[in-house]
Structure formats: structure tokens, C-alpha cells
Design a protein around this ligand. Structure first.
Ligand SMILES: Nc1ncnc2c1ncn2[C@@H]1O[C@H](COP(=O)(O)OP(=O)(O)O)[C@@H](O)[C@H]1O
Ligand SMILES: [Mg+2]
Length: 252
């Protein structure tokens, strides 16, 4: 479970997150949807203690990640929007490194990483340097590392970006399975169709605020309310073709 209570964060003139109160319940895949700059990454980083809120509280289960970042991270997996890897280490070496940081027992690490590597089809690339990997394979490695210590909360910032359709489908299925075991999954995206296709619940951010949270049905009825229309249009970055698609989506 991840909960934000009246959380705000300012960077100079920019109010990146503006008084957000929201709960991401366990057992569900949550999409955090919003246009660029709406505050998604900042909100996510606050769950890791990487960004400290100016006001309000964040709870990872009952843990405050500002006070106890290491405890919070021990049950949280995170894949950042901008992938951070050691260019001169191989994927296999990254796994060993993360395994020792998280204190994962050797046999368990070998077994679990082999499954994740196979799932994401990284087998062939295990002994290349991270600096030589394609963008898609870097993303896959970042995802493997996020799941390595079997977290109960998984936070993935734009995880589908750079993945080919097959890897996207694998990730989608994996997230659904992960949530079905009672864990909490949150991923960010600026693509409405993706949020709709993958998530049980969609939380829409706009200019630092959560403007809407709901399942497919609730989103559809909210869409009919006036003021929100503009938000949806901005989220979806409209062309007339997209507009048509959107109409179809909401009708179904
Ligand atoms: N470290 C930072 N320093 C200054 N401004 C930042 C920083 N991080 C985010 N911002 C600003 O905060 C706003 C929200 O950014 P972000 O959370 O990255 O949004 P999103 O992930 O939805 O694109 C943007 O205007 C961004 O430029
Ligand atoms: Mg972002």
C-alpha cells in the first residue's frame, strides 16, 4: 500500500506536486497518467525518500520513507524514468551487486534472477557491458533489478517506454500477476491507451494535482463532466485520429 496525505513539493517557481492526497491500494495495477510535467515522477520519487516533500506525509505501508528510507526501500522496487546503470558492468554483475545490497541469499538470488532474466528475454545479453545494451534491453535490466528482492510495492516510472510490443505484453502480464498476489503496482505513463489497457485503476495528474482516480467505469462517467474534458484532451495530446480513437474507447 502506498498513501500520500496532503503532499506538496516545490522546485523554485514550480509547484511540482500540489496538495496530493491519494491511496494506491494493494492487489491492483495502478496507472499514474498525466501530461509531461504534471508531477508523476516527483510523486513516485517521494515514495523512495529520494525527493523529500515540503509538506504532508507519505506512507509505504506504515513506513515513512523520509524517516526510514532504507526500510521503505526494502519492500519497494523502483525503476526510474531515466535508467541508471553502471556502464562498465554486465547485467550479471548488476544482479550480484543488487543482491548483496538487498541481502538476498545466494541460492535465492540465482534462482529468482534466472527466472526474471528468462521472462524478460535478457539471457543472451547477460555478459555484455551495460553500456553496450540497446535501450530496450537497458529498460528490461532496470525492471529485473526492481523486482529482484521480491518487493510488495513496485513503482515503475514510464516502464513501457523503449520496450518492443512483445516485451510490453510480457510486462503487462507480469504486472497483473504480481498485483493478483496482493501486491501494489504503480506505473506512470502519458499514454491513455496504455493506462486503459494495463491498469485496474487510473489516477490522473494535472499540474501537480490528482484530478481523478477511478476504474474504467468511473473514468467514463467523469469524462462526461464538463471541466475534466480539457484535462483528458491535454493528457491525450490530441490529433483528430486520436480523438476518434478516444471516443471509441470511452464508448466501449
Ligand atoms: N529536480 C528538479 N529541479 C527542478 N525542477 C524539477 C525537478 N524535478 C521536477 N521538476 C519540475 O517539476 C515539474 C514536475 O516534473 P515531473 O515530476 O518530472 O513530471 P512528470 O513526471 O509528470 O513529467 C516539472 O515542471 C519539472 O520541470
Ligand atoms: Mg516523469
Amino acid at each position: 500500500m502506498l498513501r500520500y496525505e496532503g503532499v506538496s513539493k516545490r522546485f523554485g517557481e514550480v509547484l511540482a506536486v500540489n496538495g496530493v492526497t491519494v491511496t494506491f491500494e494493494p492487489g491492483k495495477v495502478h496507472a499514474l497518467l498525466g501530461p509531461n510535467g504534471s508531477g508523476k515522477s516527483t510523486l513516485m520519487k517521494m515514495a523512495l525518500g529520494v525527493v523529500v516533500p515540503d509538506s504532508g506525509n507519505v506512507y509505504v505501508d506504515s513506513i515513512d520513507p523520509v524517516k526510514e528510507p532504507i526500510r521503505a526501500r526494502s519492500i519497494t522496487g523502483y525503476s526510474p524514468e531515466e535508467i541508471i546503470l553502471y556502464e562498465s558492468l554486465t547485467p550479471a554483475e548488476h544482479i550480484s551487486l543488487y543482491g548483496s545490497i538487498y541481502g538476498i541469499e545466494r541460492d535465492r538470488l540465482v534462482e529468482r534472477s534466472a527466472l526474471l532474466v528468462k521472462l524478460f528475454k535478457l539471457d543472451e545479453h547477460m555478459n555484455k557491458l551495460a553500456g553496450e545494451l540497446s535501450h530496450g534491453n537497458r529498460r528490461k535490466l532496470s525492471l529485473v533489478l526492481a523486482f529482484l528482492h521480491d518487493p510488495s510495492l513496485i513503482i515503475l516510472d514510464e516502464p513501457f517506454s523503449g520496450l518492443d510490443p512483445e516485451a510490453g505484453r510480457i510486462l503487462k502480464e507480469f504486472l497483473r500477476k504480481f498485483a493478483s498476489e496482493g501486491r501494489t503496482v504503480i506505473f506512470s505513463t502519458h499514454v491513455l491507451e496504455l493506462a486503459e489497457a494495463v491498469a485496474d485503476e487510473v489516477t490522473i495528474m494535472h499540474r501537480g494535482k490528482v484530478v481523478l482516480k477511478g476504474n474504467r467505469e468511473e473514468l467514463r462517467s467523469a469524462k462526461e463532466e464538463k471541466g475534466l474534458e480539457e484535462v483528458f484532451l491535454e493528457v491525450t495530446g490530441l490529433s483528430s485520429e486520436l480523438k476518434e480513437l478516444l471516443e471509441l474507447l470511452w464508448r466501449g
